[in-house]
Design a protein around this ligand. Structure first.
Ligand SMILES: Nc1nc2c(c(=O)[nH]1)N[C@H]1C(S)=C(S)[C@@H](COP(=O)(O)OP(=O)(O)OC[C@H]3O[C@@H](n4cnc5c(=O)[nH]c(N)nc54)[C@H](O)[C@@H]3O)O[C@H]1N2
Ligand SMILES: Nc1nc2c(c(=O)[nH]1)N[C@H]1C(S)=C(S)[C@@H](COP(=O)(O)OP(=O)(O)OC[C@H]3O[C@@H](n4cnc5c(=O)[nH]c(N)nc54)[C@H](O)[C@@H]3O)O[C@H]1N2
Ligand SMILES: [Mo]
Length: 595
């Protein structure tokens, strides 16, 4: 209510970031647990940081995490607990008045909790009863399409694969997920242009690039370890252009806490050219650059264009027709001189990468903007070579893996064919609901059960009032979660909160012979690399189940003996899930051996 104005920051990270991260970690976990946990982050034998999807180098630093990652870990590894007593003390109406921050600060959920119809308080419930309640509501539906199965991007590959399998055996493709709000436009634009909805570069490519363009992204806050990669690229001579309406401190100057220079010295200036673009002006900017490339003698990679692209003539015609510079300058908010400086850097680069995130993806014209970026790269053959390509920087730590595993409301027919062949049931072919359509369906009473594998649907979706009202119309809302958030307190007529293991925690499953075996899961980073993640901490409570176990038990309860899928085996031994993934998903052949 009383905002304070101070000078903007001009550098990011450095010593203050370390001090801050350690202070938060120690408040939440104490000194010993802080040390044990943080030294496992992003290590070959450790767990994948739940903070973001930035890839790990082959030889990670001893401290391969950032301030925000440390906070994300502390959030999960905290010693604070939300027990049944907490819910006796606080009614749902009381909790609904609290902020998301306050709810998250209360600690880890320890017991399955149930809010009965008309009740004021959540009460503890057994897992059996919880699955019965979900089973009752799901089997009472007129059609499987009246259920919605949402996913947030932290869910492991194994859990995600089982979750989509369950939804499809149940009979629906209603699998909205957080990428509907995130890089959906990147996926659409890239699938239509380069034929695959993912980035085309690896970490090594950044070090080989002559020029990296960072558009609409704030890595200092959201992917801090990317700054280390940019610093390394710079040291090798790479130039950086950043395109952003805001001069983000992290892109101005990075103080790498892993180096003495970063701790005590001035750090590294990252950006060579800052283009303070007008909001939404990126499409016009890349169009202008493309037009200039078309008109510059020798600027195009003609062989590449002839051999690997189509529609060039049409593109060139349209782009050349857009020759009103006044309009270009108005749309971009830039001067002709700034665009010329960018052009000179582009022409001076043999290998160019464009990185982007939400500043490009969350506009109404995001898809054409990203397609213009792809055209920009294609004109000089900057795709499919070392040091060149597209780099959409993903958000949640496994959001890309979840899509790879089939969490998608519009699955490809080939994927469904493979599922059908492997599991012997006929998956639904009709497209399901994405996030916005799911909200509409709930609002209009066409969807009645909302199940969330993680996330915070009520706060993350665009129209909070409409979404809250829609949730309240549901028969049942269910959240599989580690911590409390607003989505747990804006409920349907009945509601469940199911507490689950986090990435940092040991996941032990018991075999049929009573033998206990530690499991690991896999995740895919922003550059398409898949690797294992193993938690080491004792779970936050004895009642917690893994996401995988929750899906398997739910599936058996809902689908009954009619399902030929070996759910019990999957829950006991995640390697058996990976075997099936290797049969269904191209590129995952021999998954268990390779991982
Ligand atoms: N610790 C932690 N890290 C996270 C997450 C987390 O929950 N915890 N979430 C992850 C997720 S899901 C995501 S998607 C990423 C988000 O990562 P980012 O996309 O980097 O996040 P934003 O803060 O949305 O930054 C958008 C940037 O775009 C700029 N911008 C806004 N409009 C425009 C425009 O029209 N043009 C251009 N060129 N720039 C524009 C803004 O000034 C800002 O710098 O962060 C990830 N990182
Ligand atoms: N206002 C606003 N809205 C946004 C955005 C924004 O920046 N601002 N960003 C948009 C973007 S890019 C995205 S990706 C979406 C994100 O949308 P969501 O993924 O739905 O939301 P998050 O807030 O990331 O979800 C965090 C919650 O996940 C739960 N959680 C954490 N770890 C685990 C785990 O290991 N397992 C399980 N089961 N649960 C876990 C915790 O309860 C935590 O509160 O939001 C979008 N909406
Ligand atoms: Mo995101």
């Amino acid at each position: 209510d009383a905002p304070q104005v101070s000078e903007p920051q001009h550098s990011a990270v450095g010593l203050p970031a370390i001090t801050h991260a350690l202070r938060i970690s120690q408040q939440q976990m104490g000194v010993r647990r802080t040390a044990l946990t943080l030294l496992r982050v992003n290590q070959p034998n450790g767990f994948d940081c739940p903070g973001c999807a930035w890839p790990e180098p082959d030889k990670p630093h001893t401290a391969e995490f950032c301030e925000n990652g440390a906070k994300a870990v502390a959030e999960e590894a905290t010693l604070r607990r939300v027990t049944p007593d907490f819910f006796t003390e606080h009614s749902v109406a009381d909790l609904a008045t609290r902020s998301g921050y306050w709810l998250g600060q209360q600690g880890r959920l320890t017991h399955p909790m149930y809010l009965a119809e008309g009740a004021d308080h959540y009460e503890p419930v057994t897992w059996e009863r919880a699955f019965d309640i979900i089973g009752e509501e799901l089997t009472a539906l007129d059609s499987p399409d009246e259920a919605v199965f949402y996913t947030s991007g932290r869910t492991s590959n194994e859990a995600a694969f089982l979750y989509q399998l369950f939804a499809r055996e149940f009979g629906t493709n209603n699998l909205p997920d957080c990428s509907n709000m995130c890089h959906e436009s990147s996926g659409s634009a890239l699938t239509e242009t380069i034929g695959i909805g993912k980035g085309s570069v690896l970490l090594e490519d950044l070090y080989k690039a002559d020029l990296i363009i960072v558009a609409g992204q704030n890595p200092g806050t959201n992917h801090p370890r990317m700054l280390t990669a940019l610093e390394k690229a710079k040291a090798g001579g790479t130039k950086i252009i950043s395109i952003n309406p805001l001069p983000e401190a992290g892109l101005e100057r990075f103080k790498n806490p892993q180096t003495p220079r970063g701790l005590a010295g001035g750090g590294t200036a990252l950006t060579d050219l800052f283009l303070q673009v007008r909001l939404g002006g990126d499409q016009a900017l890349f169009r202008a650059l493309n037009r200039c490339l078309l008109d510059t003698e020798g600027a195009l990679d003609e062989d590449f264009i002839r051999e690997h692209t189509h529609g060039f003539e049409e593109f060139a015609r349209t782009a050349r027709a857009d020759d009103d510079w006044d309009e270009t300058l108005r749309a971009t908010g830039l001067t002709r001189e700034e665009i010329d400086r960018a052009l000179a850097m582009v022409l001076g680069s043999r290998r160019t990468i464009v990185c982007w995130a939400m500043g490009l993806t969350q506009h109404k014209h995001s898809v054409p903007t990203i397609q213009e970026v792809v055209n920009f790269l294609l004109l000089r053959g900057n795709i499919g070579r070392p040091g060149a390509g597209v780099c959409p920087v993903r958000g949640h730590s496994n959001v890309q893996g979840d899509r790879t595993m089939g969490i998608f409301e519009r699955p490809a027919p080939a994927f469904l064919d493979a599922l059908e062949k492997e599991f012997g049931f006929a998956p639904p072919r009709e497209h399901g609901l994405d996030v916005v359509r799911a909200i509409r369906a709930l609002r209009d009473g066409q969807a009645k059960v909302f199940f969330a594998m993680g996330g915070n649907f009520v706060s993350a979706t665009p129209d909070t009032d409409v979404t809250e009202a829609a949730m309240r119309r549901a028969r049942l809302t269910v959240h599989v979660s580690t911590k409390l958030n607003r989505s747990h307190v804006i409920t349907g007529a009945r509601a469940l909160i199911l507490p689950t293991l986090g990435r940092t925690e040991r996941d032990v499953q018991t075999g049929p012979d009573g033998r206990r075996a530690e499991q690991f899961v896999t995740v895919e980073d922003s550059m398409g690399m898949v690797h294992a993640s193993r938690g080491r901490l004792e779970p936050a409570g004895p009642q917690l189940l893994s996401e995988t176990a929750i899906v398997a038990r739910l599936a058996r309860r809902v689908l009954g003996a009619g399902s030929r899928t070996p759910w019990e085996e999957f829950a006991r031994d995640y390697a058996t899930i990976r075997d099936r993934i290797s049969h269904v998903i191209p590129g995952f052949e021999d998954f268990n051996t390779r991982v």
